[in-house]
Write a protein that binds this ligand. Structure first.
Ligand code: SAM
Ligand code: SF4
Length: 385
């Protein structure tokens, strides 16, 4: 993602050793080799000037379609304290031996490298990231990385109320909580475990601690929870929630079928029938969500349309699995082991060229929903959603 104009200008000011004033004239002389700032007459072309002088984004993180990957999702564990039907096969998944999982130090080495190259947002995911014993420490150490603007977590919410005060102090800036039903008995059916009240407690704790919006992820499945759409939306009336409805995606072992998927258009239609005043919000750059607001509501509603309308064109995401593989596309099965190279003593430059080659091979877009359904991929829990 390109830097915002204000950041670019700041960067120019820092690099050139000048401080701007209202006339646009430099207070001190620019350093040799650095272009002078625009004069008053040239101000109309300032935007173009800023564009031309923006620091180029890392070539290693830019793919052959010009997409700049500034968002990294790191899976902290393959384990989970729930067994969601849409994510985990009923029989569970074979777990990677502990010795083959990234250690905390390895996670931090890789995170540092990506941040140095321009990643400004890291999301911790899993499995369930909040069962990793040193998750607070990881957040605190990531928080020290210069250039990292946001640390987020995607969690099932079970351990959230207990850990959030510490996580917030450590620097956690954004939270996504998964919740697919508001009916406690149905919760147990979907996730094959108890814990509905703990998740609700986690959501309220996040609101109490000032997270805004608190994003709630709901995977919508026909015959399971599509009848609760309006109840979920109603929750956003009095609470600062971003209710995110996710189209059900196929992964190995989750028994996906086309009929179980409720498309974004269908969900939107249902919600519009109840709230015709629903307004589209402007799309954020690289956002995977289509966002809407209902006048008078504190929160908002979004849709993650991975199946019916892919957002590959603006994809800025990379993923590192808990066993240290770099995955350039959620739906692609091509992976490269950063762990193996790291453990073989690869230098920073070598790692970067391996990362650059993988990013360079990223396809323009995933293959479309019917192909996705037939494609070999890891179960979601081993990818880190
Ligand atoms: N355990 C954490 C959680 O549940 O939030 C983080 C990992 S989970 C794999 C990340 C996200 O992927 C969750 O919001 C989950 O709902 C979503 N997810 C898992 N399987 C999915 C599927 N088949 N289709 C759509 N979303 C899915
Ligand atoms: Fe666990 Fe999250 Fe997968 Fe549910 S969606 S089984 S909580 S990793």
């Amino acid at each position: 993602m390109a830097a915002q104009p204000a950041f670019r200008m700041l960067r120019w000011l820092v690099r050139s050793g000048t401080r701007g004033c209202s006339s646009g004239a430099p207070v001190t002389q620019p350093r040799p080799g650095v272009a002078p700032p625009p004069t008053r007459e040239e101000l109309p072309t300032r935007l173009q000037y800023l564009r031309e002088h923006a620091a180029p984004f890392s070539a290693f993180l830019t793919d052959s379609f010009g997409r700049q990957h500034s968002y990294l999702r790191i899976s902290l564990t393959e384990k989970c304290n729930l067994r969601c039907r849409y994510c985990m096969p009923e029989e569970g998944v074979p777990l990677t031996p502990r010795a083959d999982l990234l250690t905390t130090e390895e996670i931090l080495i890789l995170a540092r490298l990506f941040v140095k190259e321009g990643v400004d947002k890291i999301r911790l995911t899993g499995g369930e990231p909040l069962i990793r014993p040193d998750v607070v420490d990881i957040v605190a150490r990531l928080h020290q990385l210069e250039g990292l603007r946001t640390i987020g977590v995607t969690t099932n919410g079970i351990n959230l109320a207990r850990l959030l005060p510490q996580l917030q102090k450590a620097g956690l800036g954004a939270i996504n909580i998964s919740l697919d039903t508001l009916v406690p008995a149905k919760f147990e059916f979907i996730v094959r475990r108890k814990g509905f009240h703990k998740v609700m407690e986690g959501i309220h704790k996040a609101i109490e601690l000032g997270y805004n919006p608190v994003k709630v992820n709901c995977v919508v499945m026909r015959g399971v929870n599509e009848d609760e759409l309006l109840d979920f939306v109603a929750l956003a009336e009095g609470l600062p929630l971003d209710m995110r409805f996710i189209e059900y995606m196929p992964f190995d072992g989750n028994k996906w079928n086309f009929k179980k998927m409720v498309s974004y258009k269908e969900m939107l239609d249902t919600i519009q029938q109840r709230w015709p005043e629903l307004e589209t919000l402007p799309e954020e750059e690289s956002s995977t969500a289509k966002a809407f607001k209902i006048p008078g509501f504190q929160g908002q509603v979004s849709f993650i349309t991975s199946m019916s309308e892919n957002f590959c064109g603006t994809c800025n995401r990379l993923r590192i699995t808990a066993d240290g593989n770099l995955k350039v596309c959620l739906f692609g099965n091509s992976e490269v082991s950063l762990r193996d190279h790291l453990r073989a003593g690869a230098s920073e430059e070598e790692l970067l060229s391996i990362i650059g080659a993988a990013v360079g091979r990223k396809k323009r877009q995933h293959a479309g929903m019917f192909n996705i359904a037939q494609m070999k991929n890891r179960p979601m829990i081993l990818i880190g959603g």
